[in-house]
Design a protein around this ligand. Structure first.
Ligand code: NI
Length: 176
């Protein structure tokens, strides 16, 4: 397995809509998923989308370690892949979520997100995956799905005063 280089904000690949994966079970895709999972875990992230590793393809990996559970609605989830995902809100309910991004290191901000989303796609074994996500998992899915459409979380923010560096938030608290 290989650690992949993560594209940072300013690289054009992050602003480009990604292409569908023609064959989710292709050996290249299986290797890419394995390397993306290793890269995500090494970087301490909870999600990583293919454009973030310079592959403009519609897939992302994610996990929710027990330590990152923020509510009872988001059970711990092992590292997994979602290929050619569709992520859609199930109703209008929204909530503000504190987000960071491996492509925007050192910064965090409050982002309005849907509370619940329906998702579907396939994994690298060709199995169909679908369900309703809420809580932290719904947040991760919306953030990663946005990457596939060239959208970074600051582009979803409605108040840029609520963005800051980790170090300053540790000193002064999160901008409310
Ligand atoms: Ni991100």
């Amino acid at each position: 397995m290989t650690l992949l280089k993560i594209a940072r904000m300013g690289h054009p690949v992050l602003l480009q809509p990604a292409s569908p994966v023609a064959d989710p079970q292709a050996p290249f895709i299986r290797t890419l998923v394995e390397d993306m999972i290793e890269t995500m875990l090494d970087a301490g992230g909870v999600g990583l989308a293919a454009p973030q590793v310079h592959q403009s393809l519609r897939l992302f990996v994610y996990h929710i370690p027990a330590a990152r559970r923020t509510d009872a609605e988001s059970p711990a989830c092992p590292p997994s892949a979602l290929i050619n995902p569709v992520v859609e809100p199930v109703d209008d309910a929204m909530t503000d979520r504190m987000e960071g991004c491996l492509s925007i290191p050192g910064l965090r901000g409050w982002v309005p997100r849907y509370e619940r989303v329906a998702y579907r796609g396939v994994n690298e074994h060709g199995q169909e995956i679908h369900g309703i996500a809420s809580g932290f998992l719904a947040n991760v899915f919306q953030h990663e799905h946005d990457h596939l459409n060239g959208i970074l979380y600051p582009m979803r923010m409605t108040d840029l005063a609520r963005m800051g560096f980790d170090t300053e938030m540790a000193r002064y608290g999160e901008p409310a």
